[in-house]
Design a protein around this ligand. Sequence first.
Ligand SMILES: NC(=O)c1ccc[n+]([C@@H]2O[C@H](COP(=O)([O-])OP(=O)(O)OC[C@H]3O[C@@H](n4cnc5c(N)ncnc54)[C@H](OP(=O)(O)O)[C@@H]3O)[C@@H](O)[C@H]2O)c1
Length: 374
Amino acid sequence: MFSVSRRNLCVSTLSQKRFAHDLIIRQRTGKPIIKYGAGGRSSVSGHIATVFGCTGFLGRYIVSKLARQGTQVVVPYRDEDSKRHLKVCGDLGQVVPLEFDLRNEKNIEEAVRHSDIVYNLIGRDHETRNFSFEKVHVEGAAKIARISRELGVSRFVHVSALNADKNSPSKFYRTKALGEEAVRKEFPGATIVRPSAIYGQEDRFLTRYASTKYEYILNGGRSKVRPVHVFDVALALERMFKDESTTGETYELYGPREYTFEQVLDLIDELIDNRRLRFNIPKPIALAVTKAFYLPFLLTISPEDIERLFISDKITLGAKTFEDLGIRPLSLEMNSLGVLRRFRTPKAYDQPLGYSRPIEKNKVEKKREIYTEY
Ligand SMILES: NC(=O)c1ccc[n+]([C@@H]2O[C@H](COP(=O)([O-])OP(=O)(O)OC[C@H]3O[C@@H](n4cnc5c(N)ncnc54)[C@H](OP(=O)(O)O)[C@@H]3O)[C@@H](O)[C@H]2O)c1
């Protein structure tokens, strides 16, 4: 009994001590950030972060990473239900939801007013009636960057996309490039992050290709991609949080290997133990069909998706990447089974990576076996 209370006493005395590394001075504003506690979910890192786009796929990983180290995270949301899972990422009161509208400057001011770092993860794969790509990727991003600068936020991290290019045939990539420019103009010290296709639980990459009965490929499956795991991108964003040397830099975040789409589909088929029929669709037909049947609210594939599937990932030589953040990215082969296992047949569900299975006999062979037995 005595030893337990003595240990508790030691822990509490230790957590009261402060060291030089508990004090961070923000480069741009000179704001001091003071840490309390031993670190972890129930301590106080002294930081307040705002994560726009927190309700999306990547958002929940970065909110979780920040909140579990005692950072107060402001999570602006649009739909009441979309932010519920974020509340439990941090200790009581550490995750602060705020309803917002990207067109309402007052809402954005409220969300960034107390923060010393703002992440902008807002992006959309398709246009909607209310929000065009320009409104989301350019005007929205510029507005958040400007308000953050005006209210004295020290750091701004903007998530764009690999292949962002003003001359791209894809409107998504063109507006992403214009968005980067607009953010840099409004917030010169912004850190720009360009991830490749991100995979992980509930992604729109592996899940989309694994869930169809037949496989439809474009460009003969020759377009190249460098998929990156969501854990790696979230870890990179977390490193940028405290590392002031990332200020004003652009990071391209892509996986360790390049694959053609055909290779990605082969890998998916292998892992889900299902060789599906594969059809190559010519571009004009794919565009015509998606234009005719595209329904944004059903999240069917859009003409813009088709355009993007013809573009191979292009990396900028000399650009900063995971290596500069001290991260070794995970490989697709070793880390996609966790995402894909649910698409396996019940027989193969529990099998580990690289299991060998007997070749299934067809019906005729099975009947022949029965007759020869009797
Ligand atoms: N996932 C990838 O493979 C990938 C690859 C390269 C780059 N990126 C970029 O990385 C960022 C995060 O990606 P993600 O996969 O997490 O995207 P996501 O799942 O589609 O989430 C997008 C987020 O943006 C918010 N948003 C979209 N339009 C909005 C609007 N008009 N007003 C307010 N909020 C809006 C969404 O809010 P609601 O929940 O309210 O809709 C959601 O929180 C995006 O900028 C994306 O373009 C993603």
